[in-house]
Design a protein. Structure first.
Length: 123
């Protein structure tokens, strides 16, 4: 169990400390070398998977590039689908997706939003 924890912590440290792909490559290569000699089969399999997808894994180290916005949009769409308990037609769901995630600015104001007071001119 201790060996698993150390291996796990070493991989996490790479993701925590590396600031770019050029810095992460030698650290990952060293970890992959160790993982290939490890006696724990899950880590051997993880090492083979990382080796197979190494360019994509290294792309994850580019600063500021992540899929957080896509995940947030996906969550909002899944919540809309759950709220409606399904849509009768796929076109209705597509229309709702545009309303939720489309950042539309030309829509009229909501009739349920409280009215803001109009400032009066004083002379």
């Amino acid at each position: 169990m201790r060996r698993y924890s150390n291996t796990n912590q070493m991989l996490r440290a790479i993701y925590r400390t590396a600031t770019g792909p050029d810095e992460a490559r030698p650290l990952l290569k060293r970890w992959l070398s160790w993982a290939s000699r490890c006696r724990l089969e899950p880590f051997k399999r993880l090492g083979r998977t990382i080796t197979k997808h190494l360019p994509g894994v290294l792309n994850g180290f580019h600063p500021g590039k992540h899929n957080g916005r896509v995940e947030a949009m996906n969550r909002a769409l899944q919540e809309a689908r759950a709220r409606a308990r399904g849509y009768r037609r796929v076109e209705n769901f597509i229309a709702m997706a545009y309303l939720i995630a489309g950042k539309l600015t030309h829509l009229p104001a909501s009739p349920f939003a409280p009215f803001l007071p109009v400032p009066h001119e004083t002379t």
